[in-house]
Design a binder for this molecule. Structure first.
Ligand SMILES: Cc1cc2nc3c(=O)[nH]c(=O)nc-3n(C[C@H](O)[C@H](O)[C@H](O)COP(=O)(O)O)c2cc1C
Length: 419
């Protein structure tokens, strides 16, 4: 009788394990679902997956871009330079702009320029195309910073569409005459403020002037980075566009990327702050589009990233101090995602508040941030891997708020009102 009971229990337990594993597999498959569209074309280039690392001045330099590309297993759509100013130089000088540096493995790679003078923009575009031969050149009509937009460049161009048209026209003509095949793209916001949304007019001008891809950040200039991007406007643009429209704003996970592509009809998504907090995001999207199940990133893996990033920084000519600063910025962001495996968001029994691991994650963070130099940080990262952080994993799902890295609540309203 006892033996019968024992075998009965064993079978029941195994059955239970089988059922749990089946459910887990269903969950993994759900994660691996891909949207109807996983790639798009930019002239002769098939861009798979349909993701772009959105340019971020002071963040997406060549080392950070290379880091994202390596962590994605070389499965990112497009990389773009930080924006390159053209107004300042009397004559545009390639040597004067460190943002123009890129490595062959970053391709397909675009250079983004900004300015308010059509002749200067055209001169810069021609020189960049001839000397550097990037895969495309992009005009910025999105930067909201008062020192840029307030002077009429970046999103300031959205208040002066005839000037934007002249710039696109002259840049296109300069590229046509330079002897190098060079697609022209545009990145814009939906308008200057909520009273003057003109992104459909911007699209019409762009298409008329030979722009071959439009990235739309779904905020107004006045909004800055506050609130949430308005994807309804992005969807309206995508619905009527003849060129690929890339949606941008608040994409921070595979699930959001999939939902945006499906529901708003965009050709792809550009990801900025989501990648600052989770440089694996492009690989995770590629995995899902390729039908692979979701993979857990261990804290050990995350801690290994510092050595890689440091190497790229030094190779790019950074000082040790400069590299240390960037390593600490990355450490502060990544540590926010550390938790125990069972606490991964979306998993069964996940806890959203303080678990014991939050304290450990905090200690890991402090250990890294209190390093006195880059070498010490790298040594500490190594010891943490085998010690304090051994049982932690990196869960980007815990980093939901992109609207100000230090904030836990979203800020609404116009960030740049009166400026
Ligand atoms: C620190 C920072 C710097 C940025 N620099 C640029 C830039 O040089 N060129 C550009 O087109 N957009 C720039 N942006 C805007 C981003 O590319 C992106 O459009 C915006 O952050 C919204 O996307 P996200 O929600 O995925 O971050 C910057 C954003 C941030 C946060």
């Amino acid at each position: 009788m006892k033996i019968k009971y024992f075998f009965g229990a064993l079978i029941a337990e195994n059955l239970w394990i089988i059922v749990v594993n089946m459910l887990k597999n269903v969950e993994s498959l759900k994660n691996a679902e891909k949207p109807a569209r996983t790639s798009f074309r930019l002239r002769g280039l098939e861009v798979f997956p349909n993701t772009i690392l959105s340019p971020m001045d002071g963040v997406t330099d060549a080392p950070f871009r290379r880091l994202c590309r390596v962590l994605s297993g070389n499965r990112m759509g497009l990389l773009v330079s930080e924006f390159v100013p053209t107004d300042g130089d009397a004559v545009f000088n390639l040597e004067g702009h460190k943002q123009l540096r890129f490595f062959p493995e970053e391709r397909p790679f675009g250079v983004q320029i900004f300015g308010r003078f059509p002749d200067k923009m055209a001169d810069a575009a021609r020189k960049i195309a001839v000397a550097l031969k990037p895969d495309y050149i992009e005009v910025n009509a999105g930067c909201p910073a008062p020192k840029v937009a307030g002077k009429g460049s970046g999103s300031g161009l959205l208040r002066d569409l005839p000037r934007l048209q002249e710039i696109l026209h002259d840049v296109r003509a300069a590229l046509d005459g330079c002897g190098v095949e060079m697609p022209l793209t545009l990145k814009c916001r939906i308008g200057w403020d909520s009273e003057s949304i003109n992104v459909l007019e911007t699209l019409a001008i762009a298409e008329g002037e030979g722009v071959e891809m439009l990235t739309v950040h779904g905020r107004t200039r006045l909004q800055g980075y506050n609130g949430l991007a308005d994807w309804d406007w992005i969807g309206k643009v995508a619905a009527v566009a003849k060129i690929p429209v890339i949606g941008n704003g608040d994409v921070n996970s595979v699930e959001v990327a999939r939902e945006r592509i499906e529901n708003y009809g965009v050709s792809g998504v550009a990801i900025g702050r989501g990648a600052m907090h989770n440089p694996w995001i492009f690989g995770q999207i590629a995995d899902a589009w390729e039908g692979k199940p979701k993979r857990v990133i261990t804290a050990g893996e995350a801690l290994d990233v510092f050595r890689l990033y440091y190497g790229f920084k030094i190779e790019d000519g950074s000082t040790d101090k400069g590299a240390e600063g960037r390593l600490k910025q990355l450490a502060a962001r990544l540590c926010k995602g550390f938790c125990l495996d069972g606490a991964v968001s979306g998993s069964e029994g996940a806890t959203s508040g303080m678990d014991g691991a939050d304290d450990v994650a905090m200690q890991v963070r402090q250990t890294l941030l209190s390093s006195s130099c880059a070498a010490e940080l790298l040594d500490r990262a190594q010891s943490l891997k085998e010690g304090l952080a051994k049982d932690l994993v990196f869960d980007p799902g815990r980093l939901v708020n992109l609207n100000g890295a230090k904030e836990t609540e979203l800020k609404f309203g116009d960030q740049f009102k009166g400026r």
